[in-house]
Write a protein that binds this ligand. Structure first.
Ligand code: NAD
Length: 360
């Protein structure tokens, strides 16, 4: 099959890690007989330096016209880069908000997987970490408290702040469908997280999710209150397969799930919209402190490319091949500096890419 991919190397370690992901995608092309066509665009600080804006309209059109977008990271050293003297809407990260909005991305997928080989990096107690876990947090990205009406007014001489949490049934239904589909591609278990004992928005959430469930009889659904979920992620993380939740709960839970893996350089992410077009990027930033040294961990970006194969191209077997190659390299004892431990072999960013490439 043939697909068009927009590549956004971006800033900092972005170009180094995207290069390694492309290397691995080449191995997938060769092994499975696919053809991936790449168009590279500038975004973030590098675009500001060239064009004065973090994302040009032309670059955006290129991304919109492709089958998927693979992004490294954008941004520089917030303390001393001239990019941060610009107004907020002209800074590197403004491009992230713009591209997500223009591509209509409403579902954010962040897997949190604890590899057996890296269980020592987890802050969880050893008997919990040793069991491992593999969950996917699906967070609604464009509604809820972060997008509702907000204001501060004076009532009876007291400053009073108001934030509103709004969801309509269509917004809930479209992400619930994505979550059931993702669960169908995994272990068939979906946990929908809400606060239905208190919030009306959660009661509607629960009702709509259960309606959608009727079309997915092969996926088992359970509901969990958000406070209980936050606890279960630390004491019983292997319970979870796909976790579906609204914007703010997802913001918090996805960071918590990432933290319990203990390895920022290992965590991919995907943002999906109505069709198949998605944006795939590592969960970490541009790491300007280690840029240009060939020491960054490219695995989060390589695993983001695997998510692209699975969710935008429906190439499940190929995605698995990439994930298995990553597991194999870890099992054989190769580590980049950020996940290095005693007795392992420390490798560079490009060598890690080569090793994974060779194991596809
Ligand atoms: P960061 O994730 O870039 O780095 C945090 C720490 O983790 C650093 O010590 C870094 O060296 C290390 N690290 C991150 N990724 C690594 C990797 N792949 N391999 C090895 N070590 C890695 O977060 P930060 O320092 O807070 O932000 C740096 C810049 O990135 C800022 O400009 C920020 O706005 C931007 N940022 C961009 C995105 C994005 O593009 N989606 C996301 C988050 C932050």
């Amino acid at each position: 099959m043939e697909f068009n991919i927009t590549l956004i190397p971006g800033d900092g370690i972005g170009p180094e890690i995207v290069r390694e992901a492309v290397k691995v995608l080449h191995a997938v092309e060769e092994k499975y007989g696919h053809k991936f066509n790449y168009t590279e665009i500038d975004m973030g600080g590098c675009s500001i330096d060239k064009y004065g804006v973090p994302l040009t309209d032309e670059a955006l059109e290129t991304a919109k016209a492709s089958d998927a977008v693979l992004l490294g990271a954008v941004g520089g050293n917030v303390g001393n880069s001239p990019w941060y003297q610009l107004p907020p809407d002209k800074r590197p990260e403004a491009a992230l908000l713009r591209i997500r909005k223009e591509l209509g991305l409403f579902a954010n997928l962040r897997p949190a997987l604890l590899y057996e080989e890296l269980s020592a990096a987890s802050p969880l107690r050893a008997d919990i970490a040793e069991k491992g876990f593999d969950m996917l947090i699906m967070r609604e990205l464009t509604g809820g408290l972060y997008f509702g009406k907000r204001y501060i007014e004076e009532i009876d001489g007291k400053l009073t702040a108001v934030d509103t949490l709004t969801y309509n049934e269509d917004e809930i239904r479209r992400i619930a469908i994505k979550a059931f589909e993702a669960a169908g591609k995994r272990r068939g278990h979906l946990t929908s997280v809400d606060k239905a004992n208190v919030l009306d928005s959660s009661r509607l959430w629960r009702k709509v999710v259960h309606e959608v469930a009727e079309s997915y009889p092969d996926v088992s659904l359970d509901d969990m209150l958000v406070d209980s979920c936050a606890m279960q992620i630390t004491v019983n993380p292997d319970f979870f397969d796909v976790v579906l939740t609204e914007n703010m709960f997802g913001d918090i839970l996805s960071d918590e799930a990432a933290a319990v893996t203990g390895s920022l350089g290992m965590l991919p992410s995907a943002s999906l919209g109505e069709g198949k077009l998605g944006l795939y990027e590592p969960s970490h930033g541009s790491a300007p402190d280690i840029a240009g040294q060939d020491i960054a961990n490219p695995i989060a970006t390589i695993l983001s490319a695997a998510m692209m194969l699975r969710y935008s191209f429906d190439l499940d077997e190929e995605a698995k091949a990439v994930e298995n190659a990553v597991k194999k390299v870890l099992r054989e004892g190769f580590r980049t500096g950020d996940i290095m431990s005693e007795g392992m072999e420390k490798v560079s960013c490009s060598r890690m890419g080569d090793l994974i490439n060779e194991r596809i």
